[in-house]
Design a binder for this molecule. Structure first.
Ligand code: ADP
Ligand code: ASP
Ligand code: MG
Length: 318
């Protein structure tokens, strides 16, 4: 069994989501797969922007919200060809979008946003995208991540409640033998209050790693919009090239210092379980990509890669 995570860049457009469908269906011919998905590319940012407009009483939030609705409707109408399946999906998605609209209207009335309402608002991205992906893939079943990805509030923030999460993942998955299971990434639930929480921005990678490590998957695949882990961010350095192999330690260092291709907490659970990570390109599935595992390869190069963090000041206090 393997876990395949598709980021916002891979579920953002008609073209990319159809690639996702064929990649997953092909993989499922050989083994069971668990597919973890992010929100449609750019939607999490838009959900937050819309809430900020609503809280500030700026009526433009209505237009932003309509754009969120249109993005999802357009994608569904262009990709789900079976009429029955499409109308059932639209009904389900519209119910969620209606709830979201009510939350925005409420924010505009009370002009106040709490961390709890923000976490609820951003959760709609993955709650909707996972339904679209499930409807798109024949025979796929959807699991609700909030039933098994649990957080606890510690040192003023939500962190993974590992023991509960592991137990609940086993309880949910061990007795199942489904060919394709779809799980929304990023979102979680507080283990005590049962409020909606999340694993932090970029956290779908982490959801996938937690599931892969707990179920001892053969491999964790991170599908994104570039040809693997590269020597630098290709959006910044245009002649960056793919690094074929990295050790967990090398990848952790690059990610901790800004290589956004993998969310930093992702590596530790799979490192502990000794599960290889493959970084692959949804737009070039035959490309080799990058393998991250326990080995360290000496390629005769002094520097493996360069990463950077923007808008950061470094202070040395003596
Ligand atoms: P996803 O939506 O698939 O999670 P992200 O935007 O989070 O995608 O991560 C992919 C992006 O990470 C790439 O488009 C690239 O611009 C950026 N990136 C930064 N550093 C690197 C790197 N060293 N190698 C590859 N991509 C990188
Ligand atoms: N949708 C979330 C975000 O944009 C999680 C993710 O994409 O991994 O941060
Ligand atoms: Mg990401």
């Amino acid at each position: 069994m393997k876990v395949m995570k598709f980021g916002g860049t891979s579920v953002g457009s008609v073209n990319s989501i159809l690639n996702l469908k064929s990649i997953v269906e092909k993989a499922a011919e050989n083994e069971n797969v668990i597919v973890v998905v992010s929100a449609l590319g750019g939607i999490t940012d838009k959900l937050i922007k819309t809430s900020q407009l609503a809280v500030n009483g700026d009526k433009a939030f209505n237009k932003e919200f309509q754009e969120i609705v249109a993005r999802h409707h357009d994608l569904i109408n262009a990709t789900i060809t079976c009429d029955k399946r499409r109308s059932a999906l639209l009904e389900e998605v519209d119910m969620l979008l209606n709830e979201l609209d009510n939350i925005y209207q409420g924010l505009a009335l009370i002009n106040n946003m709490t961390p709890k309402s923000e976490a609820t608002i951003v959760s709609y991205g993955e709650r909707i995208s996972s339904r679209i992906v499930t409807a798109l893939i024949d025979g796929a079943v959807r699991f609700n991540a909030r039933n098994f990805i649990k957080t606890e509030f510690k040192h003023s923030k939500y962190i993974l409640a590992s023991d509960e999460t592991e137990k609940l993942i086993h309880a949910r998955f061990d007795s199942r033998d489904d060919r394709i299971i779809v799980v929304p990434g990023f979102i979680a639930q507080d283990k005590e209050s049962e409020e909606i929480t999340n694993l932090g921005r970029g956290g779908s990678d982490y959801t996938a790693a937690i599931i892969a490590a707990t179920l001892n998957a053969d491999c964790l695949e991170i599908w994104t919009d570039v040809d693997g882990f590269m020597t630098a961010d290709p959006r910044v350095i245009n002649n960056a090239y793919t690094i074929r192999h990295l050790s967990y330690v090398e990848a952790t260092e690059l990610c901790n210092f800004g290589a956004k291709v993998v969310y930093p907490p992702t590596i530790y659970p799979v490192f502990k379980a000794n599960i290889p990570i493959r970084i692959k390109n949804t737009f070039n599935p035959d490309g080799e990509g990058t393998v991250i595992d326990a080995h360290s390869e000496d390629e005769g190069r002094l520097i493996k890669g360069i990463s950077s963090i923007n808008d950061t000041d470094l202070l040395t206090v003596q």
